[in-house]
Design a protein around this ligand. Structure first.
Ligand code: PLP
Length: 255
């Protein structure tokens, strides 16, 4: 199973590799078009490939095709993949799933960005784990996080309610362990991509207001998935999270 570590550059592409590369190129082309239509610069949006349930071989093949940022939703699965793909130097992992406070110490420092901070208790747990490291002489840079906002006010979904965002952000900002760099949302599922637009606008406006109340820069807006990312780009996304349009349909959960 550790073959990937020593096999980062095979000579030929399998049909599966070619398909992934083609999919990636198509998404990149759509990104370029959406950016141009919005008069935005080509480097103003980064693509996060959401690899949950997809095998390491697919991630490695996309990495060879130039995709560097990958998002995982489940900690155990992510840890296994990080281990198996440790030879892919420069691969950047993001955490994009719901996170329980008791898992805080396992994520801390192991992901470049956590998209889903949504409660004070999670912030406290991250801070506690960071302080504990510090007490043990392990000094790590602050963990970069986005605060997830439940723009659709869906009871079954994670994320802070919009009206609770300023107070939560202000408390989280006090923690030395954490650096808030922006906001993330996951709008209600719909088969009409246009329905997402109001959520993207709401998130952007919340971010603008938060910049003023916190008095710090928040450069990141993580919004837009396979079906609605063009609209997200038009509304100011800086990170888009694409699973299906790159990897194809998700297989059943592996573990
Ligand atoms: C699975 C997932 C995605 C990717 O969704 P697709 O519709 O497959 O592009 C994006 N963001 C989050 C938070 C996800 O859980």
């Amino acid at each position: 199973m550790s073959g990937l570590k020593n096999n980062a550059t095979p000579d030929t592409d399998s049909p599966a590799d070619s398909l992934l590369k083609e999919n990636l190129q198509k998404v990149r082309d759509r990104m370029s078009q959406a950016l141009e239509a919005a008069s935005r610069t080509p480097d103003s949006v980064r693509l996060v490939a959401i690899s949950k349930f997809h095998p390491c071989s697919s991630i490695a093949s996309l990495f060879r095709a130039g995709q560097t940022v990958f998002g995982e939703n489940y900690l155990q699965e992510a840890q296994k993949k990080q281990d198996e793909l440790s030879g892919c130097l420069g691969l950047e992992w993001h955490f994009t799933g719901h996170l329980q406070s008791k898992k805080a110490k396992e994520v801390l420092g192991n992901f470049k960005l956590i998209h889903t901070l949504d409660s004070l208790s999670l912030g406290e747990s991250l801070n506690k784990a960071w302080q504990k490291n510090l007490d043990n002489g392990i000094m790590t840079p602050p963990q970069e996080v986005l605060i997830q906002v439940n723009t659709g006010r869906e009871p079954q979904k994670s994320g802070v309610m919009p009206e609770d965002l300023p107070a939560l952000a202000e408390k989280i900002q006090q923690f030395s362990a954490i650096r808030i760099t922006g906001l993330m949302c996951l709008p209600p599922f719909t088969d009409k991509p246009e329905d997402s637009r109001e959520h993207f606008i709401a998130l952007r406006e919340l971010k603008e207001r938060l910049i003023l109340s916190l008095g710090c820069d928040l450069p990141v807006l993580s919004m837009g998935m396979s079906h609605d990312f063009e609209i997200a780009i038009a509304e100011g996304a800086t990170l888009i999270r694409i699973g299906t349009d790159i990897f194809g349909p998700r297989p059943a959960r592996a573990s």
